[in-house]
Design a protein. Structure first.
Length: 264
């Protein structure tokens, strides 16, 4: 009964997803329902991983104060281990989603491929790529710029930010490669369109820089307020506005997917 309830819920979610992407006339297949369910679960797990990383980094940061983390190896090793753990866990999540796709694709009696090669300009789009690059660059420059300041708390916070940004940035690149390189899991034109739509959604979700926004605002506070607090807040505000404008001006996910399929 529980398995049937899950299957029915996955089917309902798949129908809602199709309707939201202009495919209301398409009957949701068990293949599509299973793929979407895997992505929903991975998204929840990824949110929990990010929250655990922030909490772990915050505890490490708090326990090292007032010591100078730049002259103490154990806190650096803990932070590096947290960043490495986050990177590996995110990669495993992406690998699990692609493994579900491969397992489902192996049972298809007929399999179709993308008519064109789907590169990052078609799937992600240059505005999103420039946005995430600018966001991470701004956060990195801010963290580096406060290192010379004679405030041990601020310097230790900057190290936390740098390690966190390095780990999550590498994770984004690795997962984006997985999204682009994995073969299509489709048996007809409708499921092929849905496959590309999922790729566009996966890519856009990857570059939403929640951690790049959160780390400077949380950890670059120091013993007193300063220009770095203003800049950290400005990065969040400017980033939210920029992302909103990109989403407003960019094509809808379904339209972007169809455009990617038509690219020659």
């Amino acid at each position: 009964m529980r398995q049937a309830d899950h299957s029915e819920a996955d089917h309902t979610e798949a129908r809602r997803w199709l309707a939201g992407h202009g495919l209301a006339d398409t009957e949701p297949s068990p293949l599509l329902a299973a793929r979407l369910a895997a992505r929903r679960r991975a998204k929840v797990a990824d949110s929990l991983l990010l929250a655990a990383f922030i909490v772990g980094a915050a505890l490490t940061h708090a326990l090292t104060l007032p010591a100078d983390v730049t002259s103490s190896w154990p806190p650096l090793l803990v932070l590096a281990a947290l960043a490495a753990g986050l990177l590996v866990a995110q990669w495993l999540l992406g690998w699990w989603v692609r493994r579900v796709d491969r397992r489902l694709g192996a049972h298809l009696s007929r399999r179709v491929a993308h008519p064109v090669e789907l590169g990052w300009p078609a799937v992600l789009g240059r505005p999103y790529a420039l946005f995430v690059a600018g966001t991470y660059t701004g956060a990195l420059l801010l963290a580096v710029s406060v290192l010379p300041i004679s405030d041990s708390g601020l310097r230790s916070g900057a190290v936390v930010v740098l390690i966190g940004l390095a780990g999550t940035g590498a994770g984004i690149i690795m997962q984006l490669h997985q999204v682009l390189a994995s073969p299509a899991v489709a048996q007809d034109q409708a499921s092929l369109t849905a496959d590309v739509i999922m790729r566009v959604e996966d890519a856009r979700a990857l570059v939403t820089p929640s951690l790049a926004w959160a780390l400077p605002a949380i950890f670059l506070h120091g013993e007193s307020l300063g220009w770095w607090n203003v800049v950290a807040l400005a990065l969040v505000v400017a980033g939210v506005i920029a992302l909103w404008l990109i989403q407003l001006r960019s094509a809808e996910v379904a339209a972007a997917a169809r455009r990617a399929m038509d690219t020659r």
